[in-house]
Design a protein around this ligand. Structure first.
Ligand code: G6P
Length: 497
């Protein structure tokens, strides 16, 4: 049968994501070199692309001047054999954009419209037709590049079954366009999509003037993956209520265009062993061991609940003055999307609030908050995670949140306590964390107090369970899960387990 012969074909993975596994930066001589991104996605997926001789389609992080010729992608300077994102330049399909396109597509539509809306914060969302037009054009461009990638692989190996895996909210329209182009060319492919952020309920989703196109775009796939069941149900509900499509909320299926699309919860994990290893090796970075560290690590983003978190800490110091000079709140805020106004406003607000709280509670030898606005190295991060007594992960809304997972992976010494928001995907499964509603500032303060005074026994029991679960469900398990849900024959052969 057709299916049986397709099963026998060798599959090759083509990943399509807004960012490539690296960005290009000019070095001192002005030559472009790669700077690797250290995300979990890259760690897990790049080796699969490498092993099956696949391709990665994405933006290399630089702009072209109008009319400028596309630069060639340099090979990696990092010749370390185990380096995870060392895809050869012939495994990369770059998608270049001009600054204007970037402004309207990435700053405007992706981060001005999709990001706040999908995080159920519609008041922060902006809706402009020219942003949407750029979004559509960029999705068309990514789709065209993906088809070029497919054809390139098929030139080398005729009997190949391309498995195209599209990622995240930047590219919700791409799958349907890829399917259309492939059909026109008579190419058979498998198409999957994974959304790394929440999928909102219908009463929020329908605020998007282009809601129909987005659903049609995603339904271009054979399989659509979300982190948790709630997001799957929201998506199914949207398909039903927006279009009246036949959906099965038990089997997680949508029927559309004579095809059956499956919808799957696939919670992403982290490279657990890699973090644990880094924690083993990292030198101690915070010297004042006398003071307990309360740690926060986030991109500076309004979804992360940073202002609420600082208010909770202020509350703690007011109500429990015994913590004065006994604890330090170390907040790392990684600059993000700095062209977008909402992010600039948040930076201002944080600067002021940190100043206010430090001014109010500091003594001659101590300040309550140590605030780092910048990126830190992976080794330093692992050390912070390892040495913290409490890690506060209290987003107002978050697709999954990997900080919660990285923290537990690095807790290899005396265990600390994880405080987690129920509004992060991670809150669905990390039950042994102390769960707190970040909007409820006084309750969050009491939860920090509870964490700081928790017995060693209780901390040990909780942390042991948390670590065990994250080690089992690491990012490799997630990649395997996605490929399994795609009914892929690449399993076993090419996936590192
Ligand atoms: C979230 C998104 C990713 C994105 C990351 C960093 O995790 O799901 O797609 O890459 O944020 O944001 P940035 O805008 O810098 O890519």
């Amino acid at each position: 049968t057709a299916t049986a012969s397709a099963q026998a074909m060798r599959e090759a993975l083509i990943v399509v994501s807004n960012r490539l596994p690296f960005v290009l930066k000019p070095n001192e001589e002005g030559q472009l070199v790669r700077k690797l991104s250290a995300g979990g996605l890259v760690t897990a997926v790049a080796p699969v692309v490498a092993r099956c001789n696949g391709l990665w389609v994405g933006w290399p992080g630089i702009f072209l001047e109008p009319g400028q010729e596309e630069p060639t992608i340099p090979e990696s300077e990092d010749t370390h054999a185990t380096s995870f994102a060392n895809l050869l330049s012939n495994q990369i399909v770059p998608v270049f954009m001009e600054k204007v396109q970037f402004d309207q597509f990435y700053n405007g539509c992706c981060n001005g419209t999709f990001w706040p809306l999908f995080h159920s914060m519609p008041d922060r969302a902006i809706f402009f037709a020219d942003h949407w037009k750029a979004y559509l054009e960029m999705n068309q461009l990514f789709a065209m590049k993906a088809i070029e990638a497919v054809e390139r692989l098929m030139q080398k190996e005729k009997d190949i079954l391309p498995l195209v895996w599209v990622h995240d909210y930047h590219l919700t329209l791409a799958a349907a366009i890829i399917r259309k182009l492939a059909t026109e060319k008579g190419i058979r492919i498998k198409l999957g999509f994974f959304l790394h952020i929440p999928f909102p309920p219908w009463d929020i989703f329908r605020l998007l003037p282009w809601a129909n196109q987005v659903l049609e775009g995603l339904l271009g796939c054979d399989m659509v993956g979300f982190h948790i069941e709630d997001y799957c149900l929201n998506f199914l509900d949207c398909c039903q209520r927006q279009f009246d499509y036949k959906v099965d909320k038990k089997m997680f299926m949508v029927d559309h265009d004579d095809r059956r699309i499956s919808v799957r919860p696939l919670p992403i994990g982290i490279p657990f062993d890699k973090f644990a290893q880094m924690a083993e090796e990292a030198p101690r970075v915070v010297k004042e061991s006398r003071q307990k560290i309360i740690l926060g690590v986030d991109r500076l983003d309004y979804t992360k609940g940073l202002v609420h978190r600082l208010r909770a800490y202020e509350h703690l110091l007011t109500k429990h003055s015994k913590y004065i000079e006994q604890v330090i709140f170390l907040q790392i805020a990684v600059p993000s999307r700095t062209d977008v106004k909402e992010y600039q406003d948040l930076k201002e607000e944080m600067d002021q609030l940190v100043g206010k709280i430090n001014g109010q509670f500091s003594t001659a030898n101590w300040s309550p908050i140590r605030y780092i606005y910048g990126s830190i190295s992976q080794a330093e991060l692992a050390a912070f995670y390892r040495d913290a007594a409490v890690c506060v992960v209290t987003p107002l809304r978050d697709g999954m949140n990997l900080v919660a997972k990285e923290f537990v992976a690095c807790q290899i010494e005396e265990p600390g306590v994880l405080i987690l928001s129920p509004f992060a995907g991670a809150g669905e499964m990390m039950h042994e964390a102390l769960i707190v509603n970040p909007y409820e500032v006084d309750s969050a303060a009491e939860t920090i107090h509870r964490a700081l005074s928790m017995s060693l026994d209780e901390r040990q029991v909780r942390m042991t369970h948390l670590r065990k679960r994250e080690k089992m469900n690491d990012v490799n398990a997630w990649t395997v899960g996605f490929l399994k849900a795609m009914d892929s024959s690449m399993l076993g052969e090419t996936v590192p387990v």
